[in-house]
Design a protein around this ligand. Sequence first.
Ligand code: GLN
Ligand code: ZN
Length: 762
Amino acid sequence: MVKSSALGYPRIGTDREWKKALEAFWSGKLEEPEFNSRLQKIRLNHLRKQQEKGITLIPVNDFSYYDHVLDTATMFGIIPKRFAYEGGVVPLSVYYGIARGTKDAGASEMTKWFNTNYHYIVPELNGTTPVLTENKPLKAYREAKEKLGIEGKPVIVGPLTFLKLSKGYSLSETDAWLDRLLPLYVRILQELSSEGVEWVQIDEPILVTNVSAADVQRLKTIYETFAAAAPNLNIMLQTYFESAQHYSDIISLPVKGIGLDFVHGFSGNMSSIRELGFPKDKVLGAGIIDGRGIWKAPLREKLTILEELAAFVEPERLVVQSSCSLLHVPVSVEQETKLSYELKDALAFADEKLDELVLLAKSVFREGEEYTGELEENNRAYQAFKRSDKRKRSDVQYAVAVIRNQQLERSRPFSERRIVQQQNWQLPIFPTTTIGSFPQSAEVRKARQLWRKGEWSNEQYAGFIREQTDIWIKLQEDIGLDVLVHGEFERTDMVEFFGEKLAGFAFTQNGWVQSYGSRCVKPPIIFGDVAFTGEMTVEETTYAQSRTTRPVKGMLTGPITIMNWSFVREDIPREQIAYQLAYALRQEVEALEQAGIGMIQVDEPAVREGLPLKEDDQAEYLAWAVKAFRMATCTVKDTTQIHTHMCYCEFHDMIDSIEAMDADVISIETSRSHGELIHSFEANTYNKGIGLGVYDIHSPRIPGVEEMTVMIERALRVLDPKLFWINPDCGLKTRGFEETILSLKNMVKATLITREKHSSTV
Ligand code: GLN
Ligand code: ZN
């Protein structure tokens, strides 16, 4: 039988027991030895599952205590100087300090893992001297072998990818850093080799992006060094998320296997192979089962692809793989009891994907023999869902077809809107606001549970939400904020909330995936045409507005974010899904405006992560993303102020698109990147309302007045004070009650100082 492999397995566990263990440990409820043994149990369970299902090359060291990039950095002793670290194996206090911040030291920046919603901790190289603190892959390999008799395949983040994802060095220092890191990698590989390890998977997803000629040269150095140092170790050089650039260079590297993505990089990788073939001495890791989507694979079509690939490799040189780690999909469909039979039957999460991998591995090279029954069954479910009427809404299809060809523009340009808006709102300079959510306390979560279980009536729950809103409207006034929010107490999640009110969505009970650290999200499933079915936010927003004379911003999640944070159907283009969402949201924007809400924020934190990895494809995506945003927001009056919010700092390459969205005010997260964004505004002017987050909301730390004042001043060197807003980095729902109040009070103090200082110049 052909070999099968997943490139990694979800960490969180069937019931998110991983998350629960981490949080219990952080809160001091779990001692370290007990914590370790709990995580070990979870880890071994995952390996056992793959073993039982019949996966032949089981990844090890894909498990993590937080994030695999942080694991790599700490394994190399790359610890920012602000943390007290004295060498040796990195203690958990330091490890989690880097991830989450400590009392004295801010956390490292975190950012999106390529175009996914997984976030990794960005290694900070400056001032560090890499040493090998422990051989984590070896430890993982030994554990799997001793406990379960598994011949595991250690997974390691490759040197080029690691360097490219790190910060704290200049381009000209790249080779020097490579020289420091390579000996450490070599030691790891040599130790694995002498232990008798057969395969290691070295992840180099950076190779699907536009790497330079110099990097290709580095790639050669790296893998030639490895081949010379550990000649008996089989390296699977693994790429994913897109087709590999520089295919011919990659296949001539002295490695034993090349892993390619035949789902998200299908056409590129396929044409490379067709054109340039595949070397006779290498193993092909064929990433054929989607590691990111949740739908059953059409196994017949997959077999056809494998058969085409089989023309280039014999059975011994083929590994049937997931396209990437299964980290990006939920654990198992089995737990879902509330989905329609038809939909459930069309889904495959991590465990079901393992089955698909094994079935494909069994079937390839021998279709028409014993496995056709299972293939038929798979095909039946797939086709039935594809044809289902529940997916179609002709009214929506018609409306979207018309609207997408209209001029999607506000009636006047920003320069004119700005004047009437200022007359209307009379805001002070440097208006203060927040991003939308306030702490979702245990009390709030409890109330929601009671309501969901039917123990609370709708009225009781609505009354509770109003009380929370009252508390926070009063608090916001006392703190001295200028533009208020209702607090989003009725929402668990900014996407789920809207999905539940729109047609075309379905929800799992347990379809969680890791987003960052212990934080998991449960993306809705967009299975059909999306349609507005009634007002979604008007009641809570107008209630909040009735409690104060200050403006309350309405709060919606934008079309691109809803799409990027959902699992979407694959039978129509993403662009089409985005327009359907935009059309639905436009109806909500209009309803809010009609109800007297004059500031409406349409959050688009996920625009960036949908950006295609290949530069050539980016302009097209950005064009329809911008169009969707405008479709949702362009029909409002001039006086109505449209806000938007985005997370993360890497906007330098898309400032034009942000500008084109034509929001009156944007708030962007910046504090963890220590002003890198500000830097990008030096080169690109931005001439609309803008608030750069002045403190990090991912950390429980209370920011000081002084540090925020410095942050603001720095921004004002490149941004127009008349257009500048002051706000935290992101929503505050994950924070505690007291810490939120203290932080916002400090933020307002910093604002008053800034106003005082600039009063004469503005
Ligand atoms: N309005 C949302 C909130 O405040 C925005 C969250 C986000 O950007 N991720 O929670
Ligand atoms: Zn945000």
